[in-house]
Design a protein around this ligand. Structure first.
Ligand code: ZN
Ligand code: ZN
Ligand code: FE
Length: 765
């Protein structure tokens, strides 16, 4: 080692803990022959290096160039340091302090660990908890920062001498791997029957569990962020039974396979989809399913995603998954371990109590899970990933706020598909997907997750941010926070702000916010809005023609009601709407008509979701839905990529706004369907009609208000054909189009949008 001639102090922020960053720094230092130390200080990494000046430069450059795959360097500050004369390079003890505290998300089993898992010569051969510095559970097991083993749930397992040796060996793959474990010292796995008997452990438990799955059993499997319910995805009877027991009639079930090849056997996988499937986040990816299994593979059960051309597929992301899938030899259904819409179970006792009615057996382990995190869901649209549920692998990463929050914020999020967001200065921490705030369990989960976020990121919110709706549970949760101030943000403004903010845009944009429902500032149901907005405020410049929704919330589950609402506006279109009421009893219809006539329980709505529902009913596709958005998903499947003509929708002006009238378009498509035209072509026409009207109105608004940017937000943009169609048309007008990238287009993004708006409002005061 050349005698040190100069010293340098570096401070690295970003995702730098729990991703093998300190061992990586150690390797880089040894490579350049540098002495000094590296340590975690709260959420940052501090480095002191001594050596030749040019070696220090190379070291600093390599830190950025060669950072571990899941690390993310946000800032790297360097200053000249005091030469102490260190000999050798140390990983020093962690220190706690205040500061920005990134907590790494959970990382899927890396390729090296997967190789060792199936290598009979390796000492971790078939160890269900194999991890290294590059992979393994993180957020779900971290109790507090800085990230060191004793502050994770792995702290309960004393490393054996071999593991301790690897942990302490510079240059080894598990040098400072906080989550390392082996057969000797790691967590235990066991198979448990419903009566609580543990009847097999570890390797035997895996093999017997796989055997049960092959025989059609339903297993509750404890994973990374909670429990899965698993069964053979090629077994129709097992899938049917799982649906019955879980009270989940129609919602698609996700499938897990071990390899990319196995995914290709059941679905078409384009390059961008393969990248998403195999990335360290391992989301569920919606793929076009194959009609027939590839050679040698069994066909997926028909009941996985009824009526849809896509199936949600994910690759194994924990060693236990690899072992289980290898043993079962078939793709497995891996759906959240809960009863219908409740939060997923994470504890063994909780699972026994809540999943005992669903599962035949439990595959359990004793590595505790501290944070409930669902699988993330994504799809590829126009070659780029679109998140539909942001959870494992993504949360708890922070996002930038384009206007820093002058005071710490807690944005409580929406009523359905809830996430919350904490914000401080220029950063926002959106929570993982929490779910619908409609049960006590969900509210308890929300409170626990919020408390954890406050602790982990050390944020003491001073201002609460909530939805405009006075009656939502989330509004009460905001009030219960007891903060000195609460800011209310309109739902669709939050959608538009979320998209603008994640792209760092603070100027005025045209926002298309298309979804099912949000509370409008006129008290009506909004959901097909064109706003001219910046982060601080908005003006509503266009909407869909208001139509009554007989039955209110019930309409989201019964598409015929949306059709009836539109028909009530133009009773002359009765004949064209004839298919909309198949299977609807005289009595049901009469009650709904009376609700419309008297204006009782028939709120006025401008809703894109309900327009899709009405179209599905008018085309005779669906009259009742098992979940919100089912009709829209089916219409998208039917449309496929067929070329089709748009039917223009008239636009008139009222109350200083443009009002788009979809009734003539619905009537025309209905009449053509009755005349025998192909339903696929009509579903495609419907998409084109909506995309054309949306793009035309956005372009008009942009021109009228001198904006050059359009932001697309709201759950309706999970529809790839709609998103793609609107974007293409707007881009061809020379407009810049912002699409959600880091967050979902759906209500999962609302809390971040609320935070972005509140920060801008506070900053402007
Ligand atoms: Zn690994
Ligand atoms: Zn060990
Ligand atoms: Fe929404």
């Amino acid at each position: 080692m050349t005698p040190p001639s100069s010293a340098r102090d570096l401070r690295v922020t970003g995702v730098v803990q729990g991703v093998g960053f300190r061992p990586f720094v150690h390797r880089m230092a040894l490579r350049q022959g540098l002495a000094g130390w590296v340590r975690n200080v709260a959420g940052t990494v501090e480095i002191h290096v001594e050596g030749a000046a040019d070696a220090l430069d190379r070291f600093q450059r390599d830190l950025r160039l060669e950072a571990p795959p899941v690390a993310r360097i946000d800032t790297l500050e360097a200053a000249s340091g005091t030469l102490v004369g260190f000999r050798g390079f140390d990983i020093a003890a962690s220190e706690d302090a205040d500061g920005n505290r990134p907590v790494p998300p959970d990382v899927a089993t890396c390729a090296s660990c997967e190789r060792e898992l199936f290598d009979p010569a390796d000492r971790r051969y078939r160890h269900p908890f194999i991890t290294c510095t590059d992979c393994g559970p993180r957020y779900t097991v971290i109790e507090a920062l800085p990230y060191d083993r004793e502050r994770t749930t792995l702290g309960a397992f004393e490393p054996c001498p071999s593991c301790a040796g690897e942990y302490g060996t510079p240059g080894a793959r598990r040098h400072h791997a906080e989550s390392l474990a082996c057969h000797e010292c790691g967590p235990q796995l066991w198979l448990e029957s419903l009566d609580g008997r543990r009847w097999a452990y570890n390797e035997t438990a895996v093999q017997l569990a796989a055997l049960s799955l092959r025989r059609g059993a339903i297993l509750a499997v404890r994973g990374v962020g909670g429990f899965h319910l698993a069964c053979d995805a090629t077994n129709d009877v097992a899938v049917r039974r799982l649906r019955d027991r879980k009270h989940r009639e129609a919602k698609p079930l996700a499938v897990m396979v071990r390899t990319l090849e196995a995914a290709r056997a059941i679905a078409e996988v384009a390059d961008a989809e393969a990248a998403l499937l195999t990335g360290p986040e391992r989301p569920i990816v919606l793929l076009r399913r194959r009609a027939h299994a590839a050679r040698g593979g069994a066909s997926l059960a028909t009941g996985l995603a009824p009526g849809l051309d896509r199936v949600g597929v994910m690759l194994a992301y924990a060693p236990l998954h690899h072992l289980l899938l290898e043993g079962a030899g078939v793709p497995l259904v891996m759906t959240s371990g809960n009863l219908s819409d409740e939060p997923i179970a994470i504890g063994n006792a909780e699972a026994r109590a809540r999943l005992g009615q669903i599962a035949d057996e439990f595959l359990l382990h004793d590595r505790e899970i501290l944070s409930r995190v669902d699988d993330s869901v994504a799809r590829v649209v126009d070659g780029a990933p679109l998140l539909m549920r942001r959870a494992r692998g993504y949360a708890p990463l922070a996002l930038r706020l384009p206007v820093p929050a002058p005071r710490p914020l807690a944005a409580v999020g929406p009523h359905l598909k809830n996430t919350f967001t904490l914000a401080r200065d220029g950063w926002a921490w959106p929570s993982p997907h929490i779910g619908d705030l409609e049960s006590l369990d969900a509210v308890a989960h929300w409170k626990t997750a919020l408390a954890r976020y406050r602790d982990l990121f050390r944020i003491a919110p001073e201002v609460a941010v909530r939805d405009l709706h006075p009656g939502y549970l989330s509004t009460r949760l905001a009030e219960e926070l007891g903060l000195e101030r609460t800011i209310a943000v309109q739902h669709h403004h939050a959608h538009v702000a979320a998209v603008a903010a994640e792209h760092g845009v603070t100027s005025t944009v045209v926002g298309l916010a298309f979804d099912g429902t949000g509370y409008g500032d006129d008290g009506a149901v909004w959901g097909a809005e064109t706003l001219v907005a910046d982060l601080r405020g908005y003006r509503r410049v266009a909407q869909l023609r208001y139509a009554p929704l007989p039955g209110g919330d019930l309409a989201a589950r019964e598409p015929w009601r949306a059709a009836l609402g539109y028909l009530s506006l133009e009773p002359g279109a009765e004949a064209s709407f004839a298919l909309a009421f198949d299977g609807v009893s005289e009595n049901e219809r009469r009650i709904a008509e009376r609700q419309v006539a008297r204006g009782l329980n028939a709120p006025l709505a401008s809703s894109m979701g309900r327009l899709f529902d009405a179209a599905a009913a008018v085309l005779g596709v669906r009259h009742r839905s098992g979940f919100e958005g089912q009709a829209a998903a089916e219409l998208e499947s039917l449309a496929g990529e067929r070329v089709a003509h748009a039917v223009a929708m008239p636009v008139r002006e009222a109350d200083g706004r443009w009002v788009i009238d979809p009734v003539p378009m619905l009537a025309e498509l209905g009449a053509r369907r009755i005349a025998g035209e192909d339903v696929h072509a009509l579903a495609a026409s419907f998409h084109e009609s909506v995309a054309l009207a949306a793009a035309a109105i956005a372009a008009r608004a942009a021109e009228a208000h001198g904006a050059d940017t359009v932001a697309l937000g709201g759950g309706s943009f999970q529809n790839a054909r709609l998103l793609s169609g609107v974007r293409r048309r707007l881009a061809s007008c020379g407009l810049r189009v912002l699409v959600p990238r880091l967050l979902s287009p759906n209500d999962g993004a609302i809390s971040y949008g609320q935070a972005a708006v509140a920060a801008a409002v506070l900053a402007s005061e």
